[in-house]
Design a protein around this ligand. Structure first.
Ligand code: MTE
Length: 298
């Protein structure tokens, strides 16, 4: 795909990416991230990557396929006002203004390991709230078994959507018990600032024991379903990307190994490190998959 202008990351002031003027004026910024939050006990002790690494090396095909494209092109996405459609097997369906949807949620900071399926990793200080508290507020009905998510479709602001590189909208899903797990976060900020657009503003999913592609950005729809929802990369290449996408060093991607990873920013001398089962969150989540064949359910 081609883009008219090519901004370098260093050409863009970070502050312009953190906050858009209307968010500041409406007080939305205060709602979306609070620098004073304490570190959650769910956090890793690993040192976080820098803001520039986290916001400068992204996968977000709505803005291009290169890692620098989202930082260069996502800045102009309008994220205010923002509405989220809630539907399916839920007590309180509707189209919510984002502020109303997330009001009452307990915001926290969690420093999570992030493992991309491309075998690199980062440590990211997210701010957000547990997806479970939002689902409890909305009222999950008895028959619900899965949660499906959809990203915004707005080709005039998301130039990647002018091509069919993926089937738009980007969609993802979780089993209900995965969605209700305390590690599963809806992020609204990082490094104490509202999410940069390239990281999925204004709200995105963060599921730290799964490969990065499960972490859907710019969510505009949340549906409670009784059947397993489609997920974008699974539709594109089912033999390469499964629905579960749990980080698993023993199950290789068909075209490369998942046994080790390269920590972004660590430098060549640091070398590669062993990938941990469930990205190191096995004590918390392995029980969700008891009795399942994780080579078949990859
Ligand atoms: N969400 C949308 N809507 N579009 C995308 O292309 N890419 C996914 C995921 N969420 C993607 C998306 C992939 S492949 C990864 S690795 C992560 O976002 C990257 O998140 P990050 O850029 O914040 O590190």
């Amino acid at each position: 795909m081609t883009f008219k202008t090519k901004l370098r990351w260093s050409d863009v002031t970070p502050q312009a990416l953190f906050l858009n003027r209307r968010q500041i004026m409406s007080g939305g910024a205060a709602l979306l991230a609070s620098p004073a939050l304490g570190k959650s006990p769910y956090s890793t002790d690993d040192a976080p990557n820098t803001f520039e690494e986290i916001a400068g090396y992204n996968n977000y095909y709505e803005f291009g396929t290169a890692k620098e494209d989202p930082a260069a092109y996502a800045g102009t996405l309008t994220t205010h006002p923002w509405t989220v459609q809630v539907d399916g097997l839920v007590d309180k369906p509707g189209t919510y203004d984002l502020g109303d949807l997330i009001s009452g949620m307990t915001m926290e900071e969690r420093i999570y390991r992030f493992r991309c399926v491309e075998a690199w990793s980062m440590i990211i200080p997210w701010q957000g709230f547990q997806l479970s508290s939002l689902l409890n507020k909305l009222g999950v009905q008895a028959g619900a078994k899965y949660v499906a998510f959809e990203t915004l479709v707005r080709p005039e602001e998301m130039p990647g959507q002018q091509n069919n590189i993926l089937d738009w909208p980007y969609v993802e899903g979780l089993r209900l018990d995965e969605a209700m797990h305390p590690l599963t976060l809806i992020a609204t900020g990082l490094y104490g600032q509202p999410l940069p657009n390239q990281n999925g503003a204004p709200i995105r999913l963060v599921v730290p024991w799964k490969y990065g592609f499960k972490n859907i950005k710019a969510i505009v729809r949340i549906s409670l379903t009784d059947t397993q929802p489609a997920s974008t990369w699974n539709k594109m290449a089912p033999q390469e990307y499964g629905f579960y996408a749990n980080v698993n060093p023993q199950v290789d991607h068909p075209r490369w190994s998942q046994a080790s990873e390269r920590r972004i920013g660590a430098g060549i001398l640091a070398g590669r490190q062993d990938t941990l089962m469930f990205n190191g969150y096995g004590d918390d989540v392995a029980s969700l998959y008891a009795g399942m064949d994780l080579a078949a359910n990859y």
